[in-house]
Design a protein around this ligand. Structure first.
Ligand SMILES: [Zn+2]
Length: 159
């Protein structure tokens, strides 16, 4: 804790987590330690690497078109530079950059978008892709629950 006190109360709770998307994501079932002196809270995100994998897959499965931020998020999740992404998809690098600029997804076609999603989803059922990129672009909104040894995607609700 910031204040250095050791008197902490542990609880399991909910936390809004900044992940580099348009909105914070809601995490449920995470351990939160609260200092009984100053009230500072410290949240532990269990299995961080696994969480980001589950998050990237959930974004790749959303029915709405991706936002510029989400395109960048998925590109980074794949550990691709803009040049790499352009090469993989077979487009000019300036287009790859343009897709990730705020207010400018213009130009990314549905096939290019589904290819990006397919790379993230790996061996998932290919037919699932037909349910993606079919609705108007809207920022990703979902919540995730930490259970025993994995992360579960839940329908978004306010926390
Ligand atoms: Zn404190």
């Amino acid at each position: 804790m910031l204040c250095g006190k050791k008197s902490m109360i542990e609880k399991i709770g909910a936390h809004r987590f900044e992940v580099g998307l348009d909105e914070k994501v809601a995490l449920v079932g995470v351990p939160i330690a609260r200092c009984s002196d100053c009230g500072n809270e410290e949240v532990t995100i269990p299995r961080m690497q696994q969480f980001f994998l589950v998050l990237a897959q959930a974004v790749a499965q959303k029915p709405e078109r991706l936002t510029p931020k989400e395109i960048g998020f998925l590109r980074k999740h794949l550990e691709l530079s803009n040049e790499d992404l352009a090469e993989v998809i077979g487009i000019h690098v300036e287009n790859a950059r343009k897709w990730q600029r705020e207010k400018n997804t213009a130009g990314m076609t549905v096939p290019a978008e589904r290819l990006l999603r397919a790379l993230v989803l790996g061996h998932a059922d290919a037919k699932e892709l037909s349910a993606t990129a079919i609705k108007k672009s809207k920022p990703f909104h979902s919540r995730f629950r930490s259970v025993k040894n994995h992360w579960k995607t839940e329908t978004a609700k306010a926390i």
